[in-house]
Design a protein around this ligand. Structure first.
Ligand SMILES: NC(=O)c1ccc[n+]([C@@H]2O[C@H](COP(=O)([O-])OP(=O)(O)OC[C@H]3O[C@@H](n4cnc5c(N)ncnc54)[C@H](O)[C@@H]3O)[C@@H](O)[C@H]2O)c1
Length: 323
């Protein structure tokens, strides 16, 4: 029987993590919600927006084809969904909170003070923040040991990585619980050894984006040409092996040491010449004009569908290889 015709079922490993409260129903919150539901979890969604009901249902509907391509069951997907605008009602009895509110330290600090009033001392509190430190977000909490970062990559229903970043006060049992939760969901949960702004994946992304902006500003390539260069070279390469393995192989039999001896000096010189653009008004205007000129004629939904379907092909290829 086609798996998509089945209803989601909660695995034994996930039972202790239900219900989950998702706070913030934007880009990330809706994607998490759809994925959690497909894994059989009971989900409550909380947000302050007046159109919450409609936004959540429309968003989930849009994600269903991707969930089906992942082989996840989607029949009656929203049967275990509650949409709850009241924070207290959304939180009471929650086993896990995945918070996806606006990326502002003052906002998140206040939110966590409220969250801890309504949850039990065992509730796992995960923030999707893409760069703020758990130590700072939990700075005003009375019991910060159950709070940490569970940073997904967009869209969380597709991309395997979740960076787990504990704060100074996070208990080691909380870290273990977070790893168990994401692994039971089929995610690749990686615990960082040290808190650093932007964590790892976003720092890498920022470094590359900075040079991408520099090259476009300098007129070396246009935005769409740069995107094509990445997807047909390093994007493809890095899907198969990260930067270190790639250069280890680039060194032939001598591996990374030989590579660094041979090409390292040139790279050192190049590092000195990498661009340091600023996202000032002029730069933003130029980038915005190019984005509209190259991508603006295509509906956002269509661009998202194309991205998701390409990512699914890559994931499929990996799943085949790992069988
Ligand atoms: N967009 C990305 O690519 C991405 C990737 C990984 C992580 N993140 C992180 O995820 C979080 C959310 O990002 P996003 O892109 O989904 O943002 P978004 O702007 O799309 O969504 C934020 C949502 O929070 C809601 N909100 C505002 N105040 C609230 C309140 N008091 N209570 C409940 N909900 C409230 C808003 O109404 C909105 O729906 C951020 O911390 C961000 O850093 C984003």
């Amino acid at each position: 029987m086609n798996e998509n015709m089945n209803s989601p079922r909660l695995s034994e490993d996930l039972q202790k993590f239900s219900p989950v409260t998702v706070i913030g129903a934007g880009v990330i919150g809706i994607s998490w919600t759809a994925y959690f539901l497909a894994k059989g979890l009971e989900v409550r969604v909380n947000d302050v927006r007046p159109d919450l009901e409609e936004v959540v249902h429309t968003g989930i509907k849009r994600i269903i084809p991707s969930l089906q391509k992942l082989g996840l069951p989607t029949k009656g997907l929203t049967d275990r969904l509650t949409i709850e605008g009241n924070l207290e009602r959304a939180l009471v009895g929650a086993a896990v909170v995945q918070e996806n509110g606006p990326e502002r330290l003052d906002f998140k600090q206040e939110l966590y003070v409220m969250i801890e009033r309504f949850v039990s001392k065992d509730t796992l509190l995960l923030s999707s923040s893409s760069g703020l430190k758990a130590s700072e977000i939990a700075g005003k909490m009375e019991y910060p040991e159950r709070m940490l970062i569970g940073h997904p990559f967009n869209p969380p229903h597709l991309v395997p990585l979740v960076e787990i970043v504990p704060g100074r006060s996070t208990a080691s049992s909380t870290v273990e619980k977070a790893v168990n939760f994401y692994e039971a969901l089929g995610k690749n949960a990686l615990v960082l050894k040290k808190e650093m702004d932007g964590f790892v994946a976003n720092r890498l992304q920022s470094a590359l984006f900075r040079e991408a902006v520099h090259l476009v500003l300098e007129g070396v390539v246009s935005m769409d040409e740069l995107d094509e260069i990445v997807t047909s070279s390093i994007g493809l390469r890095w899907a198969a092996g990260g930067p270190f393995l790639t250069f280890h192989l680039g060194g032939g039999k001598g591996g990374l040491p030989a590579f660094l001896k041979h090409l390292g000096p040139g790279m050192n010189v190049l590092w000195e010449h990498l661009g340091k653009p600023h996202l000032d008004e002029g730069t933003i205007q130029l980038l915005s004009e190019q984005a509209i000129s190259f991508y603006g004629a295509i509906e956002q939904n269509q661009l998202e569908e194309k991205r998701d379907s390409r990512q699914l092909y890559v994931l499929d290829a990996f799943n085949e290889k790992n069988k």
